[in-house]
Design a protein around this ligand. Structure first.
Ligand code: NA7
Length: 535
């Protein structure tokens, strides 16, 4: 229904993370009027909420930053090789300030619905503040890892202690001194938070369902020389970010992993382990992520590192992943993760042997044993990629909801658009390279492509821009075919929706690489936006 007295804008942007900040900058620079909304108190997106101790990016700091503005590059210096959450948040605040975009945002305001009107070709976007705006373009910059996932644990409401989700951590922090703490989850967030909670708590119990392949991140301060070298070579760096599949440099050997002897392979892996970069390991040989036997060689190398770090061999075995290929779940980066299990105050509960039965008033019962706990940290991850989109009530032509359209899994054209949802653009949407590449490089590509597309539409006087159904179907099929050639489907992870019970299981990223994706998108634009209907 039409909302009375609603203000009219050229575009609405939802989200103030890496993609929203840049999108608002682009659109306003083009002279468009923009209404932008953000649920949090300030900019930052996922880096606003994920304030748990140890939260850190798994990309190198200088690679996890915008490259479009020489001024931003010149004025900012990173302190550490892997940036911590507070530093990334400060960086995004700095960027928002430099670009002067905050004035376009309404903070503490969540977008609840967006309805397309077939007659006016306008979107009506309503918020939890009870008001709405009307705009020609609806751009979602809602991120991939922004809707936290709390499993439906039996008895959770009975638990008398405190619970904290890593992705929704209290701003002032939490003091676990003297407390008996449980952590559920051993993904990226779990392996980062566990060592720090162990140092503070009286006792830490880790509830592990699937062990992680984790890489010692070897974090350290950056030197002035490194920072200077980066700035001096920024053009080379930018070229790498545009011409590589992941937006990052790595050197891949030209032989199959299976053509090397065990000793040769081990030497390759050892050298790369010391580089402390996951991509250098998983892409050491070209077939590590397509051939299960090749993958097993590097999986075993990672397990040897666990055995070296954990004193008790039985415990080392419990912590060793055996059920999925290395990389099929995201490789985690840690500081002292496995060593933490050598501490007297840390206990591992293997949920595969002792299933989590329920939360009780005093703690958690697994395999018939009650573990008494004062607090529980849920490091249980996200309803990734589609979660934040489907949380909004988005309705396209004829009132069709995005939920209905994506009932069997997300379908998109280029990860950017969906047929039946004209003038809607998704940044890092399902079917784009999003999380399988350096996401900041992906975001720059998306924002720039969408910005140019909207410029084109404005200049040609178009009212309506819509992905065609066959283009959407073909793109979705291509994604599935490409993913089937990789080991991702074997990971049961958030990459494929397998971490959320009932979620359709399909790959939610384009696995063909950011460089190829960029070429495809440029080619689509060069051919008058092939695959889209423009009216
Ligand atoms: P992840 O990587 O999805 O990890 C979640 C962890 O929680 C993982 O170990 C899960 O085990 C575990 N989990 C989830 N549900 C349950 C239940 N019901 N019972 C027991 N254990 C459970 O999320 P993160 O926040 O760590 O990281 C997400 C991304 O953020 C990361 O990849 C980086 O890119 C940044 P499972 O593996 O499902 O058996």
């Amino acid at each position: 229904s039409p909302v009375e007295n609603s203000a009219e804008f050229d575009a609405v942007v939802v989200g103030a993370g890496f993609s929203g900040i840049y999108m608002v900058h682009r659109l306003t620079e083009m002279g468009l009027t923009v209404a932008a909304f953000e649920a949090a108190d300030g900019v930052g997106g996922t880096w606003f909420w994920n304030r748990y101790p140890g939260a850190r990016c798994d990309c190198i700091s200088m690679e996890y930053a915008y490259t479009f503005s020489p001024q931003l590059i010149e004025k900012w210096d990173w302190s550490e090789r892997y940036p911590s959450q507070p530093e990334i948040l400060r960086y995004l605040e700095f960027v928002a300030d430099e670009l002067d975009v905050e004035k376009h945002f309404r903070f503490r305001t969540r977008v609840e619905s967006a309805y397309y009107d077939d007659h006016t070709d306008r979107w009506t976007v309503a918020t939890d503040a009870g008001d709405a705006v009307v705009a020609k373009y609806f751009v979602t910059a809602v991120g991939c890892l922004s809707t936290s996932q709390t499993p439906d644990f039996p008895g959770l409401e009975k638990f008398g202690g405190a619970t904290y989700h890593t992705a929704d951590w209290p701003e002032g922090g939490v003091d676990f001194t003297g407390k008996k703490v449980g952590v559920i989850g051993t993904g990226s967030s779990g392996v980062q938070v566990i060592p720090l909670v162990a140092e503070q708590a009286a006792k830490l119990t880790v509830f592990q369902r699937t062990p992680a392949f984790s890489l010692d991140c070897g974090n350290r301060p950056l030197t002035d020389a490194e920072r200077q070298e980066f700035k001096e070579n920024i053009e080379t760096f930018k070229a790498i970010s545009k011409t590589t599949p992941s937006g990052q440099f790595t050197d891949t050997l030209e032989v199959s992993a299976l053509d090397h002897t065990h000793e040769e392979r081990w030497a390759v892996y050892e050298e790369r382990w010391k580089r402390h970069r996951a991509i250098d390991l998983i892409q050491a040989y070209p077939d590590l992520f397509s051939n299960r036997e090749a993958n097993e060689t590097i999986a075993e190398f990672f397990r040897s590192k666990i055995r070296a770090a954990v004193q008790d061999p039985e415990l080392a075995e419990q912590l060793s992943p055996r059920t999925y290929p290395l990389g099929a779940k995201r490789i985690t980066l840690d500081t002292n993760y496995f060593q933490t299990y050598n501490r007297d105050n840390v206990q591992l509960v293997n949920l595969c042997e002792a299933p989590l039965e329920e939360f009780t008033e005093k703690g958690i019962r697994t395999g018939g044993i009650e573990h008494e706990l004062d607090a529980v940290v849920l490091a249980t991850g996200f309803d990734a990629i589609t979660g934040p989109l489907l949380k909004m009530d988005i309705r396209g032509v004829g009132g069709q909801t995005l939920n209905e359209k994506w009932q069997d899994g997300p379908v998109t054209y280029l990860g950017i658009a969906v047929d039946g949802f004209p003038n809607m653009f998704m940044l890092t949407g399902p079917g784009s390279p999003n999380v399988l590449t350096n996401v900041v490089c992906a975001i720059e590509q998306h924002v720039e492509w969408v910005g140019e597309c909207i410029t084109y539409l404005e200049e040609s006087g178009a009212r309506r821009f819509e992905a065609l159904e066959p283009s959407t179907d073909e793109w979705t099929q291509l994604n599935n075919e490409l993913a089937a050639q990789t080991l991702y489907p074997e990971g049961n992870s958030w990459y494929t929706g397998a971490n959320v019970p009932g979620k359709p299981q399909v790959i939610m990223s384009y696995v063909g690489g950011l460089n190829t994706y960029r070429e495809i998108c440029d080619d689509v634009a060069a051919h008058g936006y092939r695959g889209f209907a423009i009216k």
